[in-house]
Each structure stands twice: as C-alpha cells, then as structure tokens.
Design a protein around this ligand. Structure first.
Ligand code: SF4
Length: 379
C-alpha cells in the first residue's frame, strides 16, 4: 500500500497548470513537461524514480507534492473477466472502479463523486447519498490503480465516466482530468476513446463539449416525464423537452453530429419502461438527433424493487428500434457475480427502502395511455 502525504497532489494539475506552478517555483517550463511525461507517458509515480531529474530536484519535488491519492483496498474478479476494485482516499472515502476487458478493447469505468446527489431510483450509488466530489488527482489515479490489475501487456484503451457520481456536477475537476487524459504528453487518449455520461445536467453539457470533444452519453431510461421524474429525479428540474432541446441546439453547432452521435443509455426495467409503446415513443423523442441506443436490462441489487424484463420483452423492445433502423446495442451487465454495477458493493453495506413498486408502475401505465398524444421530448 502506498503512503499518502497531506501535500498538494501533482495529479491535480494539467500540463498548463503544472508549467505555471513550476514557474512560480523558479523551475523552467521544460521541467514541467519532463515530470508530466514521466508521470503519464512512462507511468512513474514517485519522483525518486525519475532518474532523468537531478537528485536535488527529486528531493524538492518529493517535499512539495504528493503523487498518490487513492489506494486499492479490495479487488473482485468476475468469471466473465470484469474486475472491480474498491479504492480508498486519504479521508477514508471509498469509491469503485471497474475494468471491462473485451477482445478488442479494455474499458475502465471511472467514478467522479463519492456517492451521488441525484438519487436515481434504480441505482445503488443513488441510495448512498452524496459525500463529496472527487479531486482531479482521484479521478486520474483510478487509471493508475486499475491498470496495475491488468494481465500482461493489456492496456486500458477506453474510459467511460459511468461509475459513482454525476460527472457534470463535478465539472471543473472532470475537465482538468480530461486535459490530462487527452494531452499528447499525458495519457494521450483520443477524444473518441472517452465517454462522459450524464443524467441530464442541461446547463453543463455545452461547457463539457466546448472544453473537450469527447463522446456524450445521456442516461435516458424513460420516454415520458411521468416515469423519468421517478427514475431520474433530476428530470423534474430538467425535463425531457429541455434536455432534448439542448441536444438539438448542440447539433446545430456541430457539437453533436452524425459522426459524433449521442449515446443514449436505456436501462430496461420490467413493467416500467420496457413496452413496445415505450420503444415507439423513444424513436419519436430522438427523431432528428444523431443517436445510438444502449439497452441495458437492469442488474438488480439488494433492496431494489426493479427486475429485468423477460427475454421476450427485451426482444420485442429491441425489435421496434431495429426495424426503424435505429443503431441499438443490447448490453448485458458484466460482472454480475461481483456486483459490478455502480455502487453495488457499497450498497451491500448501506441498505435503504424506497418507493413502493406501485408508484413508478402507475406512472408507466399512465404514460402508455397517452402514447398517441405525447409527441416530442429527450440523457
Ligand atoms: S445513476 Fe448515476 S446520476 Fe443517477 S444516482 Fe446513480 S450515479 Fe448518480
């Protein structure tokens, strides 16, 4: 386990910020570049191992900056290859990160907050409440801690911000982390290898895409405000029409385009949002927006009232979308045997009761009754 010092963490700083910091310390710009590349291109986390620096400078940096913000405290290996880890910060706050190895890629799902304030009804993290935002260093450190768990030559090829927390509610730290991930002297990820997922914090979407041209994923999960108000309470503040209207506006400015569509996440919940009527409404809602839909049968967690739909229901829902030539992918939850969906390990410890199943099912039934009149609306 690494020791953690109460010093400013160097991984909080993008290259520009590090150059500025070094200038204030009387150090030349090229030294900042050298240290930045040492950290992210060569993966050296301790100054005393940066042997291209003088001993004096190594000692000065060691006494000025911390380099590690998270320790790995528990690791779970799924039979399907998924690896989930519990990572702990200096204040004992715990978060989760998940590695998803596939033949062509290895994706890391990172967290951006400890807990989450948005309380989505089907989400284990939402049941924990909100503790605090992660620092930039804590977001970046997830890559360091998790890649140490990979076999052999495997590298993390893709990052998805779909772990604990709502990234757009921690935007300054997320953007600074993106600068480090995207910088050619940093991790040098291509922007299309990074996906940021939001539940629909409408005023922050443009700010994100202006700062970094990464993929945008929107957690939609429902086709009416009635149902989405329950599943994703943020919808009461930023309803579907507002959200979809903003995406259409971004399209006009080419921040969203056919080459760079929006990924819509749709968690399928039995008898709540899985009807053919929902699928038709979804098509109506997304009309004109370059879209790809990921349909994810819910991975039920302890205390949840939600269950995955039958295979038949999944097939019918997918069929409606596929017949309309909507790009759609069925994503099965990975790592079910290690509770790999966001917040589920924490949820095993923090258990709470929520609404009766009737609440949201009634909303779903009411919505189905209005399918013909509910025209346009759009996470
Ligand atoms: S689904 Fe995402 S935004 Fe909603 S409560 Fe869970 S972590 Fe937060």
């Amino acid at each position: 386990m690494h020791s953690i010092k109460p010093l400013p963490n160097i991984k909080d700083l993008s290259l520009d910020a590090l150059r500025e910091k070094f200038a204030g310390m009387g150090l030349p710009r090229y030294r900042a570049d050298q240290v930045f590349q040492g950290l992210y291109r060569r993966g050296i986390e301790h100054f005393d191992e940066m042997t291209d620096l003088s001993v004096e400078l190594r000692e000065r940096l060691t006494s000025s900056f911390a380099t590690v913000s998270l320790n790995c405290v528990e690791v779970f290996h799924s039979e399907d290859g998924t690896v989930k880890a519990v990572l702990q910060a200096h204040d004992a706050a715990r978060i989760e990160a998940v590695l998803i190895p596939e033949p062509e890629r290895t994706t890391l799902c990172v967290s951006t907050q400890v807990g989450c304030p948005l309380e989505c009804d089907f989400c284990a993290t939402g049941k924990m409440g909100f503790v605090r935002n992660l620092t930039t260093a804590e977001i970046v450190d997830q890559v360091f801690r998790m890649r140490a768990l990979l076999d052999g030559e495997r590298q993390i090829t893709n990052l998805v911000f779909m772990g604990m927390g709502e990234p757009l509610l921690n935007l300054p730290n997320v953007i600074e982390a993106l600068r480090i991930f995207l910088d050619p002297k940093g991790f040098a990820y291509g922007p299309r290898r990074i996906t940021i997922s939001t539940s629909g914090v409408v005023p922050k979407i443009r700010e994100l895409l202006d700062a970094a041209p990464v993929n945008l994923a929107v957690s939609l999960h429902a086709t009416t405000d009635e149902v989405r108000d329950v599943l994703v309470p943020l919808n009461r503040r930023f309803p579907l029409a507002l959200l979809l209207g903003e995406l259409r506006a971004l399209m006009r400015q080419e921040l969203v385009s056919k080459r760079h569509p929006v990924f819509f996440e749709y968690t399928l919940l039995a008898d709540v949002n899985d009807s053919e009527a929902d699928a038709h409404r979804l098509l109506q809602l997304l009309r004109g927006i370059p879209s790809k839909i990921n349909v994810i049968p819910v991975n039920p967690h302890a205390g949840s009232i939600y269950r995955p739909p039958s295979e038949d229901a999944i097939h019918r829902f997918m069929g409606v979308l596929a017949r309309a030539r909507m790009p759609v992918t069925l994503r099965r939850s990975r790592g079910a045997d290690i509770a790999a969906a966001c917040g589920q390990l924490a949820q095993q410890k923090i258990h709470s009761q929520k609404d009766s199943p009737k609440t949201v099912k009634q909303a779903a039934q009411a919505a189905d009754a209005t399918i013909d009149t509910h025209e346009v609306c759009e996470k």
